[in-house]
Every structure is written in C-alpha cells, then in structure tokens.
Design a protein around this ligand. Structure first.
Ligand SMILES: [Mg+2]
Length: 386
C-alpha cells in the first residue's frame, strides 16, 4: 500500500524548466503526467518496505515521514557505523562494503561476468535497439579520495564516444549534471544528473533516426526543492567543517557528504551530525552510497525512473524493440537494475570486485572491464552493420 503526499506535477516543472532555460522540451511520455507524485512506502510489521535500502529496514513508519526518516537513520547509524575499523586515512575500509571473501565464487555464479558472457548478451540483443545507460563514479572513473578529481581518462572517453556513435547513450549519476559533463566532455550523450532528477538531451543533437525529430530534452522533476537544497547545503558545510576530510558536494537537486577522507573514528559522529540536520527537513531523505551520505528530496524519482523516462522519451516504449544495458556500481543503481528486472528486458551489470546484494544479472570487476565491454559492443555492432 502506498501513502501519497501532495507534490507538484512534473508536467508543470517541465514547463517551468522550459521557461527558465528557453529550451524546447519533449512532452512527458503517455500516462506519466499525473502519476508522478511523492509516495512514501508503507512498511509491514517488520518495518521492511520491500526496498533494498537498509536505512528503512527494521523500522516502523508512523504518519510523519520526518519522524520516520529520523528513526530510520538513527537506527542505521548506530547499527552500521559504530563498529568502524581503526584503519586511518583515505584508504580506510568502507563499512558498507561486503569484504571480498570466500562467497565471491558463489556470487559470481549468480552474477556472471559480462565479458565472459558477452556473446550471450549480444545474442539477446539481436534485432533490438541497444540503449546504453552508464553510471559515472566507479563505473567510468575510478573511485578517488577527492570527488572533485574523479577524472575519466581519455581511453575511456574514446570508448564512450564510440559506443555513443552506435547507440543512444546516457550518463546516469548522482552528481550534478554540469559537473559530470565537465568530467565526460561528450556533447552527444544524454545526461541524467542528481540521481535522474536533472535530465538533458545531447547538445549536439541526436543522430539516431528514431529520435531525430525530437529536439533538446530537459526534465527536472524536483525543481521546487532547489531553495531547500541550497539552504541545507549551507547548513551541512557549516556544521561539518569541524570534521577534517568531510566534503559536502552540491549536486543541484541533491547533496552528498563524502567521508572517504575522514578519520574512521569520526565517521559515526559525522553521520549523526548530518542526520541531526536532515531530521529537521521532512521533505528530504538520507541514504548512503560508497563512503558517501546522500540527501535527496522525497519525491519518488530515482535512476530507475530516469531510465524508464528516457526509454519512453526516446521512442522506445515498445518492450520488444529495445535492449537497454545499464552499468553501475552503487546502491542507487539498484533502482535501475530493479526496473530492468521487472521489465525482463536488457542487461543489468554491476561493477564490483566483491560480492554484494544486487539485482543485476551480470558483473564487471572494475572500470577497465567496463571499457573492454564497451569496445566489444562497438566491434559487434560493426559486424552486425556490415
Ligand atoms: Mg557509481
């Protein structure tokens, strides 16, 4: 059962975005204009809302999301952040990561290598239009200590450029759209920043016949939260500056608090600090990624919704004619994996060297393998075309 909170319709946001940016905006896909509102998942008696997000597990929700989120986060913080390892510095062990252990052999059977099963993936895509979705951090670029320096190397950029010349390609990231564009620097891509809350079409214009008639796409379903995000950003910067190494990143429609370079002894107090701020804002929620705390508006919009929106907007709503491939490494990518799993469509690929709970069908170990996979797709497309 879903409870619903009142939220402005994305259609209006679209019009506002259009006015603000003087851009041509594609209409929303059919059936979406009135259904995208903020939903709060209700929990069962165990507190499990059916979501993989650990924050909401083992908790009960009451009438007020504000209160519930606070409880969720407090429980989560106490149970998962307190027993930190004593290792210091930027290379400290991520408390959320599952260690690479003896279960890997079993895990890889359930999520086999996308490289070793490349022929199987290509065969499944035969006769369909591939659409590529790529996360950025940890997928196209290595995870680094300073998030401002998560640069993508030229070799990877060439691989993405080539794949985008064959298939419509989107970058789907928690970063702000502007920032990820500065890293990727490719005009021919679709960019879905802020966990899909800021979607823009190619600056260069799409080359694919099916979408040629469509012009620039801009979709920002969380525009009304911008003042709130700015306010909380200032608060987070102010309150976390006493924690050396903590870095607050403004991703426009969402915020990140990176703790990769924070002394592990201080992770718990930092998380409590962040939680204390967020609990004062009922329209925001706190989740976690790889050594990062994420703050987002409560609207029901994520990377999975962004994937669906882009597929439909690109004219690929027909389930049988399209083969989406989504590659990502983090918890937020699971929303997209779930969508592909539900649609029984395409290939979902997690980037991980260690076993972790995932809805992805396949795996790749690191960005270098992602690059090999992209090269493989380009080569196989040449064979198909010729
Ligand atoms: Mg990532």
């Amino acid at each position: 059962m879903l409870r619903k909170t009142k939220e402005e319709e994305p259609k209006n946001q679209l019009l506002m975005s259009m006015e603000n940016h003087k851009m041509t905006v594609m209409p929303l896909p059919k059936g979406r204009n009135s259904s995208i509102q903020a939903f709060i998942p209700a929990c069962d008696s165990t507190g499990n809302d059916g979501d993989n997000n650990n924050i909401t597990k083992k908790l009960s929700f009451s009438k007020h999301l504000h209160f519930d989120v606070c409880k969720c986060n407090t429980t989560w913080l106490k149970s998962t952040i307190s027993p930190f390892p004593t290792q210091r510095g930027c290379n400290a062990v991520d408390p959320f990561a599952t260690p690479h252990n003896k279960n890997y052999d079993q895990w890889i059977i359930q999520h086999p290598s996308a490289l070793e099963n490349f022929k199987e993936i290509v065969a499944a895509s035969k006769g369909k239009s591939i659409v590529m979705f790529l996360d950025y951090d940890g997928t196209l670029s290595p995870i680094v200590d300073n998030p401002d320096r998560a640069f993508m190397d030229d070799e990877m950029r060439d691989a993405v450029r080539e794949v985008a010349s064959c298939f419509p390609t989107a970058i789907v990231t928690g970063r702000s759209r502007d920032k990820v564009y500065k890293f990727v620097k490719l005009e021919e891509l679709y960019y879905a920043g802020s966990h899909g809350m800021d979607i823009q079409g190619p600056k260069k214009g799409p080359k694919f016949a099916k979408i040629k008639e469509k012009t620039v796409l801009l979709f920002q379903p969380a525009s009304k939260f911008l003042p709130l995000i700015r306010e909380v950003y200032k608060l987070l910067v102010e309150r976390t500056k006493s924690t050396p190494g903590a870095k607050v990143e403004n991703n426009k429609f969402c915020l990140s608090v990176h703790f990769r370079c924070v002394d592990p002894q201080k992770w718990s107090s930092l998380a409590e600090q962040v939680n204390a701020i967020i609990k004062e804002y009922p329209n925001l929620r706190l989740t976690r990624g790889r050594k990062v705390l994420e703050i987002r508006p409560i609207i029901r919009w994520d990377k999975g919704k962004a994937l669906e929106f882009l597929l439909e907007s690109l004219g690929f709503a027909d389930l049988h004619s399209v083969f989406p491939i989504y590659i990502g490494d983090d918890q937020s990518d699971e929303d997209a994996f779930k969508v592909l799993q539900y649609r029984r469509q395409g290939a979902s690929i997690i980037v991980s060297k260690s076993p972790k709970e995932t809805g992805a069908s396949y795996s790749l170990r690191e960005p270098a393998e992602v690059m090999k996979f992209l090269h493989g797709l380009v080569e196989s497309n040449k064979v198909t075309v010729n």
